[in-house]
Design a protein around this ligand. Sequence first.
Ligand SMILES: C[S@@+](CC[C@H](N)C(=O)[O-])C[C@H]1O[C@@H](n2cnc3c(N)ncnc32)[C@H](O)[C@@H]1O
Length: 239
Amino acid sequence: MTEPHSITKAAMESGEPVFRKIGVGPWEEEHPGEARPTADRYDSDLLDVGDTRNVLDRYRYWTVEAIRADLDRRGRHEFQVAIENWTHDFNIGSMVRTANAFAASTVHIVGPHKWNRKGALMTELYQHVEHHPSIVDLVESIRHQDAERAMQAGDHDDSEPTRIIAIDNVPGSVPIETYHFPKRCLMIFGAEGPGLSKKALSLADDVVYISQFGSVRSINAGAAAAVSMHAWVAQHAKV
Ligand SMILES: C[S@@+](CC[C@H](N)C(=O)[O-])C[C@H]1O[C@@H](n2cnc3c(N)ncnc32)[C@H](O)[C@@H]1O
């Protein structure tokens, strides 16, 4: 196997896989002669041993708390996402990772508290992740948020309540390709296998499907979540 940074021309030409070095080594090795940073945001263990986490270079050597606080300070987007966790499927981790990449404000997990973290690549640490025993509890908590926001705004409140969007390819749903996403919304995804519960579909303001053109019934929930979050980003994010 080729070591990072020791890629020979022969290796490149042989078609053997070539690995890029991920992350950084200890501070002293990476910055010889430079003073070691002392600000609170730095994690002294990472400065000692290096930082190979899957984070942007801007966050190298930062503590988890400092990264999460920085994402909050920069402002997360106004969409939230939820997934029903009835089959403990691997899509949940993938959805959490995408929610982090696209700066969803919160990820909600409905059902059993224990969820399959495979695929999240520890991104759950930088997200606001909330648990709800049922879809009814989730919707109640969203309506509670709406009421709090309206109360804080007082007479100046002109905000729309959070629109609840079930994402599934079921009869009566409308295509995402022509759907206008409200800025403040909650997208709900179903579990691999059963799809969205009847209760989730009945509580949604809109039901939206992603058009498919092949022979398979559906894409996986992680892929559906990525497509849907990106559709919101394409309509609302400042790029
Ligand atoms: C693998 S699907 C299972 C249910 C799906 N309705 C079916 O008939 O196969 C799991 C979840 O992925 C999402 N999903 C998969 N394909 C989708 C599509 N084409 N449009 C919208 N959502 C989709 C939905 O949230 C769905 O509940």
